[in-house]
Design a protein around this ligand. Structure first.
Ligand code: MUC
Ligand code: MG
Length: 373
């Protein structure tokens, strides 16, 4: 049997509206921009992947435009003509010459897995060793910027049985105001919901030491990335004194970062993101490091659309333990989808597709409509 070869790699920038503005410490999103990758193979199979970041260059070191440029000019020439079915060899070839660029790598690794899954008749979770769960509980981020609106939104989500874990984006305002906002929401929701916060690196160590105490008093369950990503020691000191577990998010920009954080004892919980590690297989390496170090796991998001969200879901479905659950709600923040069938959310969970590959079919008309020209 001759093995199929990669014939082309195409990257499309797709702009989609959000259901409301989404306010983070570093940026307010009015829409979301996806980079969709299509990897065509000589056996007629196409693999799909996604690289998506938040707020241009305000969150991470790759923008949608740089991701597309680098895929077109560096990744595609390395991949075209290579065996499509050997994911290890293809990613190794890229890793030898491409530094960083984990978002772009994640899209390519996803597309290779999708294609190979379709080829073998296996869902990506099975290609990664097999799912140990069929659905993932999904948190929702309350980030309208208004306490009353956030409480109404949370009540709606509880009524719909869509979410009962809420993450609040803080850090853009004075700490006292932010903490009052969080306390009011937790008071309104009580034991019906888990309330967590994401500070997105906005606090100094001194502010974080006091802030974590007050958030604990308010009944918060988890505090994500309170201090700047590069200061692992500060994060370890804050974590050691916080009454609430501290989770590392921006501090992890690679599998090697996960190892360094685990060694430094910087956080008892890690947010896993396919984009920050370099793909669904790469993120599992971070997960295994964390597991071995006794660190809890949370399935994070860069607010990807359906393709990236399901790619992460397939990977997370294979993990033995995911005690902090996930935040794979990206598609629900968008008013439009580019898939023929949208991901299934029910009873607080995202269901993992069982069709071969990612289990997604692109809606060509919608893709053409929303793609940037
Ligand atoms: C982040 O920092 O965690 C994830 C959910 C959300 O609302 O924002 C992202 C980014
Ligand atoms: Mg975060």
């Amino acid at each position: 049997m001759t093995s199929p070869l990669i014939e082309s790699l195409e990257a499309l920038i797709v702009d989609l509206p959000t259901i409301r503005p989404h306010k983070l410490a570093m940026h307010t999103m009015q829409n979301q921009t996806l980079v969709i990758v299509r990897l065509r193979c000589s056996d007629g199979i196409e693999g799909v992947g996604e690289a998506t970041t938040i707020g241009g260059l305000s969150y991470a070191g790759e923008s949608p435009e740089s991701i597309k440029t680098n895929l077109d000019n560096y990744f595609a020439p390395l991949l075209v003509g290579q065996p499509a079915g050997n994911i290890n060899a293809a990613m190794l070839r890229i890793d030898r010459v491409v530094r960083g660029n984990t978002f772009a790598k994640s899209a390519v690794e996803t597309a290779l897995l999708d294609a190979q899954g379709k080829r073998l008749g296996l869902p990506v979770a099975e290609l990664l060793g097999g799912r140990v769960r069929d659905g993932l509980e999904v948190a929702w981020t309350l980030a309208s910027g208004d306490t009353g609106k956030d409480i109404d939104e949370a009540e709606r989500m509880l009524d719909l049985r869509r979410h009962r874990i809420f993450k609040l984006k803080i850090g853009a305002q004075e700490p006292a105001r932010d903490i009052a906002h969080v306390a009011a929401i937790k008071k309104a929701l009580g034991d019906r919901a888990s309330v967590r916060v994401d500070v997105n690196q906005a606090w100094s160590e001194a502010v974080a030491l006091r802030g974590c105490q007050l958030l604990g008093d308010a009944g918060v369950d988890l505090i994500e990335q309170p201090t700047p990503r590069h200061d692992r020691q500060a994060q370890a000191r804050v974590s050691a004194r916080s009454p609430v577990p501290v989770m590392a998010d921006e501090a992890i920009e690679s599998v090697e970062d996960s190892f360094a954080l685990a060694r430094a004892g910087s956080a008892p919980v890690f947010a896993l993101k396919i984009a920050k590690n370099g793909g669904p297989r790469a993120v599992l390496r971070s997960a295994y490091i964390a597991e071995a170090a006794g660190i809890g796991l949370y399935g994070g998001t860069m607010l990807e659309g359906s393709v990236g969200t399901l790619a992460a879901a397939h990977a997370f479905a294979t993990l033995a333990r995911l005690e902090w659950h996930t935040e794979l709600f990206g598609p629900l923040l968008l008013t439009e989808d580019i898939l023929v069938e949208v991901p299934l959310y029910r009873d607080f969970q995202l269901m993992i597709p069982t069709d071969p590959g990612l289990g997604v079919v692109l809606d060509e008309e919608r893709l053409q409509h929303f793609r940037r020209r």
